[in-house]
Ligand binder design. Structure first.
Ligand code: MF3
Ligand code: CO
Length: 258
């Protein structure tokens, strides 16, 4: 069942989403060569307390941490560890969600660790732009196949591949609601987007082949061929005025007057 949200509900989601966007933005100052991925977890927990949101992933289907931290060939769902140290030239995906006043929001970025080479930079730029293409397709009357096709055709135009076993999703009172939002598809297929739908769009783009496998920890998904993978995600609302990004960083929410 697909739920459509009222204007008031969308405002609540945007309030929580702004905090998610803020927290991910603040992680840019945390991430750097030499830090461990568990220090990112500590920061995520600290900032969640500071901004008064509940991290959405900890305990979700047994996931052990507040934030997913996925390095290099790790696609998604990496588990923070005191043993994993970031190195200059790595890329690190940070996926974070919040529960705020009963509503979820979910967003992800992939950040460079120190200086990265231009080949890796391009993977990040294309994945971020692919998300943007998906968002721009989320307009009333378009179909999910239109959205998926926009993402996939853009990505494949650069010789990269989109991951197909993980997809975006509806979001609201639950983290994962209907519909599924694939990053691939055919124009004119799939459900029609309607006003008030809220979805998380999250392209995962591989440098090489699209296939992934899950490590023995039961969570960490890695590329089968060992190639790099990048991930960007926003939660958005389909509105009369077009797509509205709910997980944007708008500065410190604690310093906002309204
Ligand atoms: N953005 C991911 C998703 O929507 C994060 C979920 S991690 C989990 O699926 F631990 F909560 F599963
Ligand atoms: Co998601």
């Amino acid at each position: 069942m697909i739920t459509r949200k009222t204007a008031d509900e969308i405002e609540i989601m945007a309030e929580g989403g702004r905090i998610v966007g803020r927290i991910l933005k603040m992680m840019e100052d945390v991430v750097g060569p030499g830090i461990t991925t568990s220090s990112i977890e500590k920061e995520a927990e600290k900032l969640s307390d500071h901004f008064g949101i509940i991290p959405a992933f900890k305990g979700y289907s047994g996931y052990p941490s507040a934030i997913c931290v996925s390095v290099n060939e790790e696609v998604v769902h990496g588990i923070p560890s005191p043993k994993r140290r970031l190195r200059e030239g790595d890329i690190v995906g940070l996926d974070f969600g919040a529960i705020h006043k009963g509503f979820f929001s979910d967003s992800a970025v992939t950040l460079p660790v120190g200086r990265i080479n231009s080949r890796v930079r391009k993977l990040l730029d294309v994945t971020r732009a692919a998300l943007e293409r998906g968002i721009q397709s989320a307009i009333i009357g378009n179909r999910l196949g239109d959205l998926g096709h926009a993402v996939q055709s853009y990505v494949e135009g650069f010789g990269y591949s989109v991951v197909q076993v993980f997809v975006g999703h509806g979001i609201g009172r639950s983290l994962h609601e209907d519909p599924q939002v694939p990053n691939f598809g055919e124009p004119g297929r799939g459900i029609v987007l309607e006003e008030g739908m809220t979805i998380a769009i999250e392209p995962m783009v591989n440098e090489g082949e699209s296939s992934v496998r899950v490590l023995d920890d039961g969570w960490t998904a890695v590329t089968t061929d060992g190639g790099l993978s990048a991930h960007f995600e926003h939660s958005i609302a389909v509105t009369k005025d077009g797509p509205r990004i709910l997980t944007l960083d708008c500065g410190d929410p604690k310093e906002r007057i309204s």
